[in-house]
Write a protein that binds this ligand. Sequence first.
Ligand code: PXP
Length: 273
Amino acid sequence: MSAVIVPPRLRLGVNIDHVATVRNARGGALPDPVRAALLAIEAGADGITAHLREDRRHIRDEDMARLRREISKPLNFEMAATDEMVGIALHTRPHACCLVPEKRSERTTEGGLDVRAGHNHLRVVTAELNRAGVRVSLFIEPNPVQVAAAKAVGAQVVELHTGAYCEALRAHEDAAAERRLHALQDAALDACHQGLEVHAGHGIDYDSVAPVAAIAEVMELNIGHFLIGEAVFVGLPAAMARMRYLMDEARAHAPKRGSGHVAELPKLKRVKR
Ligand code: PXP
């Protein structure tokens, strides 16, 4: 009989990009995204994510340098796999780099990386970052082709794109949300079997978090836009505490790996604010 594996505590990474979006709307230095990162850590964040986009629309180079100097928790440097960004990452030496696709015209990261098509380039970038002691995470759609491709390029982590699932749930398309959730569950299991660490993120809010948190193979959620928006009303520590509670509750009631139970979908439910 195989051992029952209790999933470890799920880490919460807080993405502070949108504090910088508000700052940049007026120019100047306020609100300071590094202050938000420090507050998030004080409130229990397990790591901080920041995306240095090519167009510097939110996070700027000096934010990344300050984050690296000033925060005590792992820095997850989200970036496109361009020569410029790889150069900055090698200089910054964050805990991890999360490689994402980037289009100038998009409002946010719209889809996952096509790792299979980008194999040759991503393999070189991954090796370069790994040689500098930086873990590499690839932001992918939850499908087996991309999981296998991520393994083939030598990444340590895959971050599964939860955007399509969250959007379907928000649009009350429950059948589509369930399909998307199944894809996330399957991809998480597949990646875990291949020895990849599994993270998930994009578009997560109080309503969508529980079913993702209940996937035993997922080790970390990265959440930004919703938490920063909610912080306007209740403050960042309170918004994070509510998210943490929902994550922990879902995790506590998740089917254990190896328990012999077929994993059932937790009820998709909407959370009262
Ligand atoms: N993970 C990745 C790879 C992302 O690109 C983003 C958005 O910047 C997030 C997580 C966080 O998404 P959201 O801001 O929608 O919570």
